[in-house]
Design a binder for this molecule. Structure first.
Ligand SMILES: O=P(O)(O)OC[C@H]1O[C@H](O[C@H]2O[C@H](CO)[C@@H](O)[C@H](O)[C@H]2O)[C@H](O)[C@@H](O)[C@@H]1O
Ligand SMILES: O=c1ccn([C@@H]2O[C@H](COP(=O)(O)OP(=O)(O)O)[C@@H](O)[C@H]2O)c(=O)[nH]1
Length: 470
């Protein structure tokens, strides 16, 4: 059985409890076959401390039969690659926010340099039959760098964020080069059919790719398979966490504290793609349009700090503080505040109890690759008395979770009405919707996602031409 090599910007120790979805998902496959997980160490080396562009020290750690290998980045590389091209350009544009894309000379160069550094450090660690799985927008050109260095292994890539329509993608500086490098992979995975369709349109209209009879795409002398593989969660783990002592204590405490009230919950990174200001305005509309919710409906909004060195993220923090302060000031009473706004990361194990105590889960991004919180909210519910998920139709999750109440988060009045509907939904309807949603996230959980992608990669019929280094 071939060894699995995972490459992602962030690497997590799969032995640690808060390792996150990717570590849990891949952990199972990695444990079976032994694996190498390669990425950034999280360390930034200042020039004064010897940091040199395009160079970085390697760290190796053994976690069971998984080898974690990480590389440091110097300040200049980190800023141009992570803050600059990845999160200042690719993230906003892939989330349809051309207005927030901020390209500066040097960003693309830094991004290329770090991908080249990753390839150079990874190559000597590879065995000929390793299967390589690269994750996300930080590392799109990695396969092209590896191929140029002679790597002939099977390589797959998964894009965790949305794939926008061709003319939006076309605004990215250096986009022809970037998109061409995707053809160095053997398999490309997207979160949804909509993303796959956008990719298909792009390569046909901009790269003049041919669609082969078996559905693969051919361009730049290479052939690539592409598919939609919606990422899932570890449903069993979520249910278990909701039922642990800590989970049920959190649930009980919140239910007691809010026994005369109805809780709504939002859990997001503080990211402009998550539609948080629109959600706050919608909550204001709910209180204004349906005054019976005053002194009752309470929104707990967790906004976990994220990418604070990128300007657009500072602005959204200020906007949220202003909006929450104004709503609490206008509607709050001595014994009730409409919004509990928490600008902190809440430990993963505390979330299931919070989800379960909340009558309504608000997941209303303006655009999102998938959104795992939507799935976690469903998994954590008590099937006998479940809450209702209000979900943006612009989250990748909406393609699978049709029994949620789907909304357009830009339409504040309509979304407020839908939240009111959720707050008053009869028990029978809540149970029916929840049962269908739970079944869907169980059928396509994190293990299904991992298995399906890796089996597809392993079973690709690759003609020898594809294995030639280009
Ligand atoms: O590493 P950071 O810059 O701190 O950001 C955290 C992660 O955010 C993004 O998550 C995406 O992947 C999720 C799982 O597939 C998906 O549900 C969500 O919709 C996406 O936004 C990012 O893509 C990751 O690379 C980051 O590590
Ligand atoms: O304070 C927080 C906020 C979020 N999360 C977790 O972070 C992930 C967020 O994933 P999602 O796909 O919803 O969005 P992303 O942040 O990856 O864009 C979910 O597993 C959340 O449970 C967490 O543990 N604590």
């Amino acid at each position: 059985m071939s060894r699995l090599v995972i490459v992602s910007n962030r690497v997590a120790d799969p032995r640690k409890p808060a390792a996150g979805g990717l570590a849990v998902a891949l952990g199972e496959s990695m444990k079976k076959t032994g694996a190498l997980w390669f990425g950034w160490s999280g360390e930034i080396i200042e020039e004064a401390d010897g940091g040199v562009p395009g160079e970085g020290r390697l760290h190796t750690e053994q976690a069971g039969n998984i080898e974690l290998v990480t590389v440091d980045l110097c300040r200049e590389d980190h800023d141009a690659y992570y803050l600059g091209y990845a999160n200042g350009v690719l993230w906003p544009v892939f989330h349809y926010r051309l207005d927030l894309g901020n390209y500066e000379p040097g960003f693309a160069e830094g991004y290329r340099r770090v991908n080249e550094l990753f390839a150079r450090k990874l190559l000597p660690l590879l065995r000929p039959d390793d299967q390589i799985w690269v994750h996300d927008y930080h590392l799109i050109p990695l396969a092209a760098n590896l191929r140029a260095m002679g790597c002939r292994n099977r390589m797959g890539f998964f894009l965790h964020i949305p794939m926008p329509p061709p003319l939006i993608t076309a605004t990215i500086p250096h986009q022809e080069w970037l998109m061409r490098t995707l053809f160095a992979y053997d398999l490309l995975g997207f979160q949804s059919d909509a993303d796959l369709l956008n990719f298909s349109h792009y390569v046909q209209s901009e790269a003049h790719a041919d669609v082969l009879p078996d559905g693969r795409y051919r361009a730049f002398d290479r052939t690539v398979q592409a598919g939609a593989f919606p990422i899932g969660i570890d449903v069993d783990e979520l249910i278990r966490l909701a039922e642990t002592k800590e989970g049920s204590q959190m649930f009980k405490r919140l239910r007691e504290e809010y026994s005369r009230r109805q809780l709504l919950v939002g859990v997001d990174r503080l990211d402009y793609s998550k539609g948080l200001p629109q959600r706050m305005r919608t909550f204001r509309e709910l209180l204004t349009r349906f005054p019976e919710n005053k002194n009752s409906a309470t929104l707990i909004q967790i906004a976990s700090p994220s990418r604070e060195d990128v300007d657009a993220y500072t602005n959204i923090r200020t906007e949220m503080e202003h909006l929450c302060g104004a709503i609490n000031g206008d509607f709050g009473e001595l014994d009730w505040m409409p919004i509990r706004y928490i600008h902190r990361t809440v430990a993963r194990k505390r979330l299931p109890g919070l989800y379960r105590a909340s009558r309504v889960g608000l997941v209303t991004p303006l655009r999102d690759g998938m959104n795992l919180v939507a799935k976690e909210y469903i998994a954590a519910q008590d099937p006998e008395d479940p809450g209702v998920l209000v979900l943006s139709r612009f989250a990748g999750a909406a393609e699978q979770l049709k029994e949620a109440l789907l909304v357009n988060p830009y339409d504040i009045e309509h979304t407020a009405k839908v939240i009111q509907q959720a707050l008053h939904m009869p028990l029978d309807e809540r149970r029916t919707r929840h049962a269908a949603l739970l079944q869907r996230i169980k059928d396509q959980d994190i293990h299904w996602w991992c298995r399906t992608f890796l089996d597809t990669l392993a079973n690709l019929d690759l003609p020898p031409l594809l294995l030639d280094a280009k």
